[in-house]
Design a protein around this ligand. Structure first.
Ligand SMILES: C[S@@+](CC[C@H](N)C(=O)[O-])C[C@H]1O[C@@H](n2cnc3c(N)ncnc32)[C@H](O)[C@@H]1O
Length: 289
């Protein structure tokens, strides 16, 4: 039997706990189990500094599952038929994102899309591979439309909860506060009445974008035609070097020659691969190699 914290000690904190408190309530052994499980399920390497964060994020799952201790909860997560594994992963992912985050990538995408449109080439196939709540995928679609470039956008993520938001394509108006008025008018519908304060993606964009669940770590990705552009941003920072290397090789295989790979601001991992050449800030072109 796993040694764990008594239920009484997990009584609702109204504020997130500080490190010392979390260390007392989520014991060393259970924290080690959390780190092992999230690494196995999602490739996410949680540092030992994240104990407080883990405590605060999993506490609501403990309550939702009516489990009294972290030990009991973690046993439930590991039981094949409990269905809790998905919620466990969802609780531990970090989903920060924004429309047109790291705008230099969208300028490169625009140039790529304009060149394709000028050649009257085939639809530009783009993949937002850790799309979170969808802003990245919708931003790609906006650029394609603005460049009059036919295109398709696939948004995927491991987290099923954020994917629901992505698919809904409805956001609080404040999320779009950095966007130019012209862009807002062209691509969003403004909610009225009960939907006051919300904006929704226009149908022209919806017909270009599809969302689905994909764990970048899973050995089998669904067979895909190759992509012209892949956004793999602000996700590999959570993975270890070995997994990053494997992932990069798979991304290289999935990009057409001349295709673009965009990575996050603190991620330079494609620099080491002979199949990529730097073509801008944290942007790489697929070359033969
Ligand atoms: C910080 S967000 C980045 C969102 C967006 N790419 C951006 O840069 O704004 C990281 C996303 O990676 C997802 N993620 C984490 N591990 C993953 C995995 N193994 N497979 C697919 N997505 C994963 C998380 O669910 C989260 O939504």
């Amino acid at each position: 039997m796993r040694s764990s914290t008594p239920a009484a000690r997990l009584a609702a904190p109204s504020e997130p706990l500080g490190f010392q408190d979390a260390a007392n309530l989520l014991n060393e052994r259970d924290f080690a189990t959390v780190r092992e499980l999230i690494s196995n399920y999602a490739g996410i390497k949680l540092s030992t500094q994240k104990r407080n964060m883990v405590y605060n994020r999993l506490l609501r799952r403990l309550r939702a599952c009516n489990t009294a201790t972290f030990g009991e909860y973690l046993e439930l997560v590991q039981r094949d038929n409990s269905g809790e594994r998905e919620a466990f992963v969802n609780a531990l992912t970090t989903n920060l994102t924004a429309f047109f985050r790291e705008p230099h990538h969208f300028e490169l995408l625009r140039a790529h899309a304009q060149a394709r449109a000028a050649r009257r080439g085939a639809a530009l196939r783009c993949w937002s591979s850790a799309c979170s709540t969808g802003e990245e995928a919708w931003s790609i679609a906006m650029i394609l439309r603005e460049a009059d470039c036919p295109g398709e956008v696939l948004g995927t993520d491991i987290d099923t909860e954020v994917l629901q938001a992505a698919q809904a394509g409805v956001y609080r108006h404040e999320r779009t506060s950095g966007l130019e008025i012209e862009r807002l008018r062209r691509h969003f519908l403004r909610g009225t009445g009960a939907n006051e304060g919300l904006v929704s993606m226009r149908p022209e964009l919806r017909s270009m974008v599809k969302f689905g669940q994909l764990n970048l770590q899973s050995p089998a990705w669904p067979a895909q035609e190759r992509f012209d552009v892949i956004f793999c941003r602000n996700v590999v920072i959570y993975f270890d070097r070995e997994f990053q290397k494997k992932l990069l090789a798979r991304l290289a295989d999935l990009l057409v020659p001349g295709g673009l790979l965009m990575v996050g601001h603190s991620e330079s991992f494609p620099a080491a691969h002979p199949g990529f050449r730097s073509c801008g800030r944290t942007a790489y072109e697929r070359v033969s190699g």
